[in-house]
Design a protein around this ligand. Sequence first.
Ligand code: HEC
Ligand code: HEC
Length: 507
Amino acid sequence: MEITLNYPFWDVGIGYGVLMAIFAVTHVFVSHFAIGGGLYLVVAETAARRKNDTERLNFLQQLSKFFVLVTVVFGALTGVSIWFVIGLLNPAGTEVLIHNFVWGWAIEWTFFIIELCAAILYFYGWQKISARNHLTIGWIYFIAAWLSLFIINGIVTFMLTPGKWIETGNFWDSFFNPTFWSSLVLRTGICLMLAGLYALLVASRYKASDFKRRLVRYNAVWGIVGLVITMLSFLWYVGAIPDTIMTAAIDKMPTPILSIRAMYVYSGGIATFLILFGLILPRAYHTVIGIGVMILGLAWFGSFEWFRESVRKPYVIYGYMYANGIDIAHADLYQRDGYLPHMAFRTGDDGADLFRRSCRSCHTMSGYHPLRPIFDGTDKEFIAGMIKGVHVAKGNMPQFLGTEGEVRILAAYLYNKVDHRHLSKIYSLSGAALGRKVYDIRCGPCHIFGGFNDKSASLIGLNDQEYNDMLNIADDLGEEMPAFTGDEVERKALIEYLTSLSKGGTP
Ligand code: HEC
Ligand code: HEC
């Protein structure tokens, strides 16, 4: 049988999301820093040379050491490690990126090498080469760095909005995809902002003086201009994401909204500090403020990346491949034969293999996003129902495409790992409190009162008979809705809980 799931699975103890966040976040911070810093250095150096401002030139020389170190050492290391990590976490997704972007990638590396060489020459050239040549090298550094962003931006935005590429498979459709330009402007804004914030931090260590006043104001303007570009282009960026993607994400998860809210709060904080201490009271720009604003800037950036990742769920390449590496193009094949016959690497434990392929990239049993507490005290039938309906639950998860037989195997595997005592024993609950637990576990993944797919209009204000009738036909209420398989005690408790609620879902 044709092998389509080509890679083995990496069982790493730490959550995939956490691991990715650690590497991706450090790399994006550093790389955007390096680009913004490049522009800051050449623009500020040009101005300082024109005025023959040696104080400023000394400051810039000191600053360039950090930027160069950051680009050469940290940028290069984290940049390589990020591809290494995604290659391990999602080899199938990484393969798609490599096949499609191999030349883009090669070009990016060329720019990066130019950037590295120019950075080193710029740093060592302060006293050794003419002002003109030094500035030229500085510009080469910045332009090469920005062009590498230009390339990588095409690859990153492709993952969220592959656009026409899904049908055409054309490189240019994938590269200049619907969010390419807005994201490029947005990221350029971030570069300016971070450069300004870092330069402010360095300036904050100077003693209150006229020089400090000028320097802090100048740097604050960089931060503010960057922030304004960033926030405006963020609106453009969100508008460029197709409505279907946005609605699906917001409907099933609070994360996109929470991250946008966080971005507004952080940008409000940054703006306030920059205006107050950067423009109005520049002499008082203390290191504590410098560190605080810097942290706000990084938090802002983190929220943006968090937003981008959460909106993309349940896909790694939207509409093309799920986050767990299952490719949609072979959906028919999986629905017909199941996943197992198409796996290149099988361990002999089919349940474990199915768990790895379909859930393990986002859940562990008892560590990161644990499944055990979700299924403790339930039964095989319910677990099987949840697997079949996983794509309509909250959390925006990939559909389980395997066969009915595989659903049973996976359900048995999960059931073997959970607590088999009665819910009332596990949580020491009875009456309406137990009923609430039953609701949270057996209904809560798909219906939240006052929230995701709320069913309070149908669930509140019935009599015992009506509740019983509804639970008897639960699996007929929706295609993906599981039958009610709780025992009599759970059923009575659930009805008691539902009866205790008034309209709107409040007790
Ligand atoms: C792409 C990542 C991803 C994959 C793959 C995934 N899940 Fe989830 N799942 C999540 C996230 C994130 C949540 C948390 C949602 C929340 O708390 O709002 C979640 C929540 C759930 C819930 C609801 C829990 C609750 O709090 O009510 C269940 C049940 C569940 N997952 C089961 C599964 C099963 C079974 C599989 C494999 C067949 C699976 N998931 C695959 C990301 C994923
Ligand atoms: C795996 C997800 C899932 C679980 C778990 C689940 N449901 Fe549903 N439910 C659905 C789907 C899908 C529908 C039909 C489409 C819709 O209305 O969203 C539905 C429909 C319903 C409806 C009827 C439609 C309506 O609008 O009145 C009711 C009532 C309901 N569910 C109650 C419950 C109760 C009570 C539980 C727990 C015992 C439960 N559901 C568990 C997915 C689920």
